[in-house]
Design a protein around this ligand. Sequence first.
Ligand code: NAD
Length: 303
Amino acid sequence: MARIAFIGLGNMGGGMAANLAKAGHDLRAFDLSEAALAKAEERGCKRAASAADALQDAEAVVTMLPAGKHVREVYESSVLGQAPASAILIDCSTIDVATAREEIEKAEGQGYKMVDAPVSGGIAAAEAGSLTFMVGGTDEAFERAKPFLKIMGKAVIHAGGPGAGQAAKICNNMLLGASMIATCETFVLAMKLGLDPQTFFDISSQASGQCWSMTSYCPVPGVGPATPADRDYEGGFAAALMLKDLRLAMEAAQSVDSYTPMGAHAEELYTRFAEKLGGSGKDFSGIIKMIDDSWAPPALDSR
Ligand code: NAD
């Protein structure tokens, strides 16, 4: 069993670290939040006094941090040069492709093996150990990270070289954001045209319009499988996180001069929903409330 340093024990990292500890690994956990640390301790991790303390004798270092600036700060102030040279470095945060590539390049320059390994799946999947990991890095780095990722996930896919995990993640989520909006406006139109939403679901989910946002995550309450729509859009994948990923996608698109009109429009609509209409904490499928003016929910009535 390996000694693992885990930095960033928030909504996602907390469950992921607990699963590694449950599998018998020796977890040294660090977070700036006392509450997160106490919870990790209850769940089988050993509390570290600092990131540097967590790194002592670590065979693997896992980070699950909010954004690129946190990853850069933690890697450059605490991990690089301080983690044992033999440790495999695994960053599971969702960050911009450029920062992921830069940090891997710096790590490799110092003799480390490192992967970017962002996840698909939310807090429930982190708890259940059923995340999907999209991994960027060399073949050797991927093979070394894989046994640890397999404990935390149901699928571990090598996306390509450094940064390829982040590229796959933001491309997937750009498609998801755009397809969710298309699904929402389609259901609203269907209902306004007098179609019963369940009947439309039965038809379209077996016709050429079907997509994951409809069949697995229908934004209309009571239609299709149980989804956040049935809980007034609580839980699930927050609109603020979808907006974060769409912004990363737009930044990446600009950097390679790729034309992404649907992604750009999705970003604009999620900005309106999350930042102007107070929907940031709601599940991202809650954007249907902004599209369907007949619902006129109180918090969102200033469309
Ligand atoms: P979170 O805000 O709940 O957790 C982040 C943790 O990092 C916090 O506990 C914070 O205290 C800690 N932290 C920040 N700076 C630190 C530092 N310098 N040293 C130590 N700890 C530090 O966020 P989350 O929901 O767990 O998301 C983490 C990452 O996973 C993000 O990049 C997010 O985009 C991605 N993600 C989240 C979800 C989701 O559903 N929540 C799904 C997929 C991917």
